[in-house]
Design a protein around this ligand. Structure first.
Ligand code: CTP
Length: 405
């Protein structure tokens, strides 16, 4: 593939180097040309052969290695790369980069590098907080390096604190964010809703639905990748936070109504992928409802209980009524029958520009999976998208929106 992007993965000597193996493997699977450069200390944690196997390219560790393709391999690598990710970046490597020291293959190559460089610091909390490390990071930031915030948690040294290297998926997202897409949505404010809502019956129970949030999260991720400023209003899901996306957590349909309508006036595009409850318990109990009380109240002998429900506010319909000049509204319709008829009705009734309809009955479509089959319905016609991953579907939905706005 001629437009294969070349990513240099710089690995310095920290225990989280083992996680970088997954980054190398993930990027290779996604079609990147991955070249790993290791410091001597990194090779004490993970052997170069592991990285060579997972990246599919030989690993360079030594500027003067006779096995290098050319005596100036560091210059060639540095100048032909599209992006560099250094993960883990130790305090020592960070210090060398900040002060222009090139005393090994990694730091020498970085001096010759003209592409963007991402740094993922990983170390003990005290080392990370040390003013020397912080000032070095600040120097790199000022020079345009992207510093990926370390995560907080239990560190290998047994201390709880900041300094963990983020998980491989997060690092891969950073790479994707930097090089994978044309930034055709730069400057646009996009609000996406995702996931289910939870409607309280009492402090212990709630009514919800099967939405996994995956479709909405995929849309948020792809919009961010295309340069948009993305706000994701999300119900409770099992999904990790999307980097580059501002996430607002909500629980109920009412929470979502407020979170969305407060922000709506500033938005250029709103995409409502959430599965919002249409009804909510009319009188949620303040205290846990006790079975014994229900049985005692059951004077008619029903042998059961009923919950009276009240309608929630239709957020999309509200947005349709209050839309600002030039704002684009996209809704979803998940149906089990009469997909096109119902979607067409929602397009008109809710006064929106586009409805992404999917049928729970179609193989590969629906809530929990990683694929979807979406029919796009707009005022100017219908477009059928093929079975694709939710990320590909998200990108195609954004293409359809960008064509029409
Ligand atoms: N929606 C919303 N607020 C609600 C209910 C739905 O904003 N209270 C939005 C959903 O996020 C989705 C669209 O409206 O984008 C369609 O949702 P859906 O549940 O398919 O349609 P409903 O209007 O609720 O109609 P029905 O349940 O009868 O299919």
């Amino acid at each position: 593939m001629e437009d294969k992007k070349k990513v240099i993965l710089g690995v310095s000597g920290g225990i989280s180097a083992y996680k970088t193996v997954y980054v190398a493997s993930g990027l290779k699977k996604m079609g990147y040309d991955v070249h790993v450069i290791m410091t001597e200390n990194a090779a004490k944690f993970v052997t170069p052969i592991t990285f060579a196997t997972m990246s599919g390219n030989k690993v360079v560790t030594d500027v003067f290695d006779p096995a290098n393709d050319t005596p100036t391999e560091h210059i060639e690598l540095g100048q032909t790369a599209d992006l560099v990710l250094i993960a883990p970046a130790t305090a020592n490597t960070i210090a060398k980069l900040a002060h222009g020291i090139g005393d090994d293959m990694l730091t020498t190559t970085m001096l010759a590098c003209t592409c963007p460089i991402l740094i993922s610091p990983a170390m003990n909390t005290k080392m990370f907080e040390n003013p020397a490390t912080q000032e070095n990071l600040e120097i790199l930031r000022r020079r345009g390096y992207e510093i990926i915030e370390p995560a907080t948690g239990m560190l290998a040294c047994g201390v709880e604190g900041k300094g963990k290297m983020p998980e491989p998926d997060v690092l891969i997202s950073y790479v994707e964010q930097w090089i994978s897409k044309e930034k055709d949505m730069a400057g646009l404010n996009v609000l996406v809703t995702a996931g289910p809502t939870e409607e309280a019956v009492d402090p212990v129970r709630f009514i919800t639905n099967h939405s996994s949030g995956k479709m909405g999260y995929a849309i948020a991720r792809m919009a961010a990748r295309r340069g948009a400023n993305v706000t994701l209003v999300s119900g409770r899901t099992a999904l990790p936070r999307e980097p580059f996306v501002e996430t607002v957590d909500i629980l109920s349909a009412d929470d979502m109504f407020h979170a969305v309508t407060e922000r709506a006036p500033d938005m250029d595009i709103i995409i409502k992928a959430a599965a919002v409850a249409d009804f909510t318990p009319a009188n949620p109990a303040d205290q846990k409802i006790k079975k014994a009380d229900l049985i005692a109240d059951d004077t008619e002998g029903y042998g059961g209980m009923s919950i009276s429900l009240a309608p929630t506010r239709d957020i999309l319909a509200y947005l349709g009524e209050h839309r600002t000049e030039g704002q684009f509204l996209c809704g979803f319709a998940m149906e089990t029958q009469d997909l096109l008829k119902n979607a067409a009705e929602k397009l008109v009734k809710k006064n929106v520009d586009m409805i992404c309809a999917n049928s729970l009955k179609t193989k590969g479509a629906g809530f929990a999976g990683d694929t979807n089959v979406v029919t796009i319905m707009a005022k100017d016609g219908i477009t059928q998208l093929p079975l694709m991953t939710k990320l590909e579907t998200a990108d195609a939905i954004l293409d359809e929106i960008m064509k029409r706005r």
